[in-house]
Design a protein around this ligand. Sequence first.
Ligand SMILES: C[S@@+](CC[C@H](N)C(=O)[O-])C[C@H]1O[C@@H](n2cnc3c(N)ncnc32)[C@H](O)[C@@H]1O
Length: 347
Amino acid sequence: MVRLPRRFLEARERVAEAPGDVMADAAEAVAYRGTAGKMWRWVLRPFADRVLARVPFGGRVLDLGTGPGLMPIHWARQRPDIEVVGVDLSPAMLELARIEAERAGVARRVRFIQADASSTGLPSGSFDVVASHYMLHHFTRPAEVLGEMQRLAGPDGAVLARDLVRPRPILARLSLAFTRVCLRNSREQNQQYADSLAASHTAGELRGACRVAGLEELVVRGGPIHVTVERRFARAAARRTFTHERAGRVLAGATLLASVALAHLVSPWFLLAAAGTALNLVLSGITDRCAVKNLLLRLGLPGERDLGRAEAISRISKAGPSGSARPAAPRDETARRLAARLGVTVN
Ligand SMILES: C[S@@+](CC[C@H](N)C(=O)[O-])C[C@H]1O[C@@H](n2cnc3c(N)ncnc32)[C@H](O)[C@@H]1O
């Protein structure tokens, strides 16, 4: 049985993971690689693409707490024009990441560095975009790592971090049942997930931490599953193109208002339309896929990530470098091969 800490179950208190638990063990790293592979399409890749859309042509992007390096490898494959660096504290994770990069044929274009994410020792302002995914919960004082991200991005760079949000205990149990049954997580994988849920922060806690640390430029947004912390490029924020993301938000807001008004004036059945719109909004936030977005895309509205990619591709073709930006997802069966290379067993 997967255990959730008592203080979390009784009072939804945050319970930090065991000190020094940074997936230093090869078996743990391989187990996480398996989970990340299952989540790639619906969870990790949409975030990776969101980060990539913010990287300017020829820019530099950093992934803090990169784990098995799936995001840096994806970035390098998608954008031959950019420089990619991944940082992690765990040697086992870095070993996995290097093997994956080699297999993907991008080993020369991605650098993996062992360092503590809260004090990397890398020069200030050396990246255009600094990202981190599913790492903040490892920190009791998350502002330390957010401050480091801001320092590395310099005054003009973008910062984008996303992590799990600490759920209510009942939701944690439901979520664990879902990952056990639908994702077929092993007991070890689900225990990792349970520990992460209990150690994660709420949006309110992260907001408070940023305020106390004077990180006023960072905007914290909480959702049902994830919390994001973001500072946009001054330049990117100024580029106000009407993307399908913006159109979708306006449309959803208008539909919600209209259906609530119609429910009040005409028939309560209109509340179903409001509920449908709200559900669509939540689902599009979780999966980054939704019917309205697809329709808007078909109507020709560009997405934020397409803008970044299109800009890069057009500049590449003007500059005429060799190599192509062929999209490819990391392969899940690699976990088993990596395990064999590291001499551990995977479930
Ligand atoms: C849950 S994994 C997430 C990996 C990856 N970002 C992803 O989304 O798949 C968290 C990673 O953060 C790393 N980590 C934890 N504490 C760290 C620290 N102080 N400095 C650098 N990395 C750390 C762990 O080793 C682990 O690889």
